[in-house]
Design a protein around this ligand. Sequence first.
Ligand code: ATP
Ligand code: MG
Ligand code: MG
Ligand code: MG
Length: 561
Amino acid sequence: MRFSSCYIPTLKESPADAEVVSHKLLLRAGMVRRLTSGLYVYLPLGLRVIEKIGRIVREEMEKADFRELLMPMVQPADLWKETGRWEHYGKELLRFKDRNEREYCLGPTHEEVITDLVRGEVRSYRQLPVRLYQVQTKFRDEIRPRFGLMRGREFVMKDGYSFDANTEGAEKSYKAMYDAYMRIFRRLGLRFRAVEADTGSIGGNFSHEFMVLADTGEDTIAFCHECEYAANVERAEVVWKGQPATAACPAMEEIATPGAHSVEEVATMLGVPASSIVKTMLFKADGQTVAVLVRGDREVNDIKLKNLMKVQEVELADAATVQAVTGAPVGFAGPVKLGVPIYADAELQGGTAYVVGANAADAHIKHVDLKRDAAVTAWGDLRTITPEDQCPRCGGRMELTRGIEVGHIFMLGVKYSEAMHAVFLDENGKEQTMIMGCYGIGVSRVAAAAIEQNHDENGIVFPPPVAPFECILLNLDPRSEEVNAKVEEMYTMLQGRGVEVLMDDREERPGVKFKDADLLGIPTQIVVGGKGLARGIVECKDRRTGEKGELSADNLEQDFA
Ligand code: ATP
Ligand code: MG
Ligand code: MG
Ligand code: MG
């Protein structure tokens, strides 16, 4: 493709409103433009990246025997009322009415639609498993759309769904997806980790997230140095001194599942802006509400902290009482209940940890400085376990790192099939409920995550499988007939060999072309100029290493072999 005919509006400066590096570079490299909050136009180069990712995703889904279909983005409210999510999904679900006053939403995910499809068609165990997927635009009215493609309101997702006759089959489908995801993210050339995860508003029995490791990630992952354990801290269960915390505080009972209280309710309760709250949990001990955990975000940490303390003063016992009862050292408030995360990420939370502890009589929320507080710096005392894990945990040293959630797979069980009566007749003619799984990849988020992980001070350094082109051919002297002829010859030759090549034929100074070539992050640069040709050579450069080489201008066919 010729640069002059391809709309690539590169920018010299970073736009002021772009906070993270992928957002800055996607804008600067002329790959995306913002339409309005959380909505982006994919320009030709950006779209090529999205399509590259989509191609690998599709190939691996097909290998795992999932077949592509395409469902409407607009979904009728009736289906969402069947599963109860019309009530529970909250404000991320964008709802509207048609001219006949019928209610609809824009699909943030498609469990209801696909279950409706399959229940209408499948009658017998012989028709199972059903494994389907689509690559489609989703809409979620995110509370804080930000970071460009990382958290848009409209974004491209691959969503897959499986329907099986029994648990064994469902586990096979889940495993097939787990393995496919491992292959996908490996093929994309990303450094990533599969971690145990919370099931959130999708629900289900268990799940794994696929995290691209990057400092700018919004998630915190806890992983063990000695064994294979890795989990999102949202999911982590904490053991205090070898005792599962749940056993240490038997009277403590979760009285509200995360999300059962609306963000607005909790915001009103705490007197903080709703935008400061991401997640809430309420617990009860001896008839009293003992803890409210609020996870704030980047800009509002101070508000969050202040208000956690406020809850403590108003409703909870003081630290001394808790320490006397639990025997916890100063600076740590005692056993931690299952499902209550420890937030301890030095960067995002400013080097602090929020620890919620409770026993039958008392509860406490403690804020500790990780760097100063010896009791909590000793992470070896805190071990992370999961309910599925029946062997004692290894007790190894845990470490925290940051990740970007690019994929998420869920064993749904019968959550949707039961609510929507998706049933079939088994070998004995008996009615059974289908067992489901669902599997998402944020295709557009992967593009951003690839850049978060692969860039330098000059711009993007795409892993080759994600790059919009394999090679950029720089014509340093478009006014010279000799240079033009050589560039055209090479362009034709490369295309003939199936190399995806972008030819920079613009009437620009060499400096501009070198800068743009680095910015775009295309893996190989080939530079053709008058001076080189006089010496009988063209130059090539590896974008990642900066390594340069020379090719003989007269013998190109051979050099490329
Ligand atoms: P997050 O925790 O980041 O809000 P999620 O857990 O709500 O994501 P899922 O419901 O698991 O997301 O959706 C599947 C995948 O879709 C995610 O793993 C992620 O890669 C992608 N995704 C979700 N929300 C967005 C968004 N707002 N912008 C871009 N990609 C997204
Ligand atoms: Mg979300
Ligand atoms: Mg998530
Ligand atoms: Mg998720």
